[in-house]
Design a protein around this ligand. Structure first.
Ligand code: C2O
Ligand code: CU
Length: 464
């Protein structure tokens, strides 16, 4: 759990309360805690390699796990000690627009040496993450991210609650340093910056000791710039409880694999069903082959017996979709990239041939326009229902992330999928999502393959 009983009593006593303190007291006890972006180095690659220079929150990668109770406030002072301006985006949070952290849209980038006060309410329980949102394709690749965990009001029936952040890094194989070519033409025009070194929580050979019959909540976050993780369980019986922070209506048993595009999260409950002395695994499947993503040696037995299948997590409030029959229809046609059909597109207000776009290192267009525009993709009235059709007319997958609001996919048969904030689309697919424009502000809608975002795949919607 988040706070030890001693902490609760301490805070409770200061406020003249017994053992139950409203969540805003916890938030106040946090106020002005700095969250500092700075350079650091750590042992990312195996021990016979040198340390890797990274950029981290509080000098670590991942940054600190920030935990808050549902409805509580997150108050931090971003202090930028990097040589480059930065900002923090709180991915997946139904946040106040001014705190969304998008440099150039919702705030100025925070200059080297400057600071920015963060203060927002986390309305929904679930697994979220924070990451740099200025020059993201560089800053996220250098390590500027961490998890934000918003706890349900009631504790769940689990023995352990663990955040597992999955990432890949593009490292020089001799020096173990991060490849500094963040604008590589090849990465931009193909699948994005795909790393050659894969790890969990920035640790080579990530491992956690477990006990037989223990139940763990694994909060998986895909923080990679472009890699899609396909995950399986070995020696663990598991259920998907939530996707992109939002609980599923019914826990979904993990029979085969779980696919996580960049930016996406999955909360799993896993029961250790193997015997003491064995090791169980979170497995990464790559072209049909399994690799260890995290290992869990079974070092003992828990006191309890095997548990029953879990109940669903409580749903977050006010997530209902309005009637969609009158919904505003918006279309987003994705074009460009290598092996694509894009002949020309608008860039900086001018029509450019694909050849000219290649010279400008810009490869991707939404509705024939490259990058951000003065006018939004859609001007939405508050609470307006929206149906947004996404046509992936490219040869690559794209993970489209909408800031500030969750959506549901409308399947071909009309049924609604789970709430998500990022949808993974594959080349040639047409998908449709629906949401209620209930959160006022200017919200980015972009590909979370960060090199794609930096070379065209970025637009926004306005809710007034
Ligand atoms: Cu997780 Cu606009 O980003
Ligand atoms: Cu993309």
């Amino acid at each position: 759990m988040i706070y030890s009983r001693r902490d609760i009593l301490k805070i409770g006593a200061a406020a003249g309360l017994a053992s139950t303190a409203p969540s805003n007291l916890f938030a106040q006890s946090n106020s002005a805690v700095p969250l500092t972006t700075r350079e650091a180095s750590l042992q990312l690659a195996p021990p016979d390699y040198p340390q890797t220079a990274i950029w981290g929150f509080d000098g670590s990668m991942p940054g600190p796990v920030i935990r808050v109770r549902q409805g509580g406030r997150v108050t931090r002072r971003l202090v930028n000690e990097l040589p480059q301006a930065t900002s923090i985006h709180w991915h997946g949070v139904r946040i106040d627009n001014a705190m969304d952290g998008v440099a150039g849209l919702t705030q100025e980038a925070v200059a080297p040496g400057a600071s920015f006060d963060i203060d927002f309410v986390a309305p929904d329980a679930g697994t979220y993450w924070y990451h740099a949102h200025n020059r993201s394709m560089e800053q996220v690749a250098r390590g500027l991210y961490g998890a934000l965990v918003v706890e349900e009001p009631e504790g769940r029936d689990v023995d352990r609650d663990e955040v597992l952040i999955l990432d890949d890094w593009l490292l020089n194989p001799d020096t173990a340093q991060i490849d500094p070519d963040f604008t590589s033409r090849h990465d931009r025009s193909h699948a994005g910056r795909v790393g050659n070194f894969i790890a969990t929580n920035g640790q080579y050979g990530h491992s956690l000791d477990v006990r037989r019959h223990e139940r763990l909540r694994l909060r998986l976050v895909n923080a990679a710039n472009a890699r899609i993780f396909e995950l399986a369980l070995a020696g663990l019986e598991g259920w998907v409880m939530a996707l992109d922070g939002m609980p599923l209506e019914a826990p979904q048993p993990v029979f085969e694999t779980v696919l996580l595009g960049p930016g996406q999260r999955a909360d799993l409950l896993v029961d250790v069903v193997a015997e003491q002395g064995e090791t169980v695994y979170l497995v990464r499947v790559d072209n049909g082959e399994g690799f260890v993503q995290s290992a869990f040696p079974v070092i003992g037995a828990s006191s309890g017996a095997r548990r029953d299948a879990p109940q669903a997590l409580p749903p977050n409030a006010n997530m209902a979709l309005p009637d969609l029959s009158q919904a505003r229809r918006v279309r987003l046609n994705m074009g460009g990239g290598a092996m694509g059909r894009l002949q020309s597109a608008q860039f900086n207000g001018e029509r450019r041939t694909f050849r000219q776009l290649v010279d400008a290192n810009q490869f991707w267009a939404f509705n024939d326009v490259i990058g951000m525009t003065d006018d939004p993709l859609a001007n939405l009235a508050r609470d307006e229902p929206v149906r947004l059709e996404i046509v992936n007319d490219t040869s690559f997958p794209h993970a489209m992330h909408l800031h500030g609001m969750h959506f549901r996919e409308i399947a071909a048969d009309g049924t609604l999928g789970p709430l998500r904030d990022t949808i993974l689309t594959f080349g040639g697919e047409t998908r449709e999502i629906a949401f209620s424009a209930h959160n006022p502000g200017d919200w980015l809608f972009h590909c979370h393959m960060l090199s794609h975002a930096a070379s065209g795949m970025m637009t926004w919607v306005r809710v007034t």
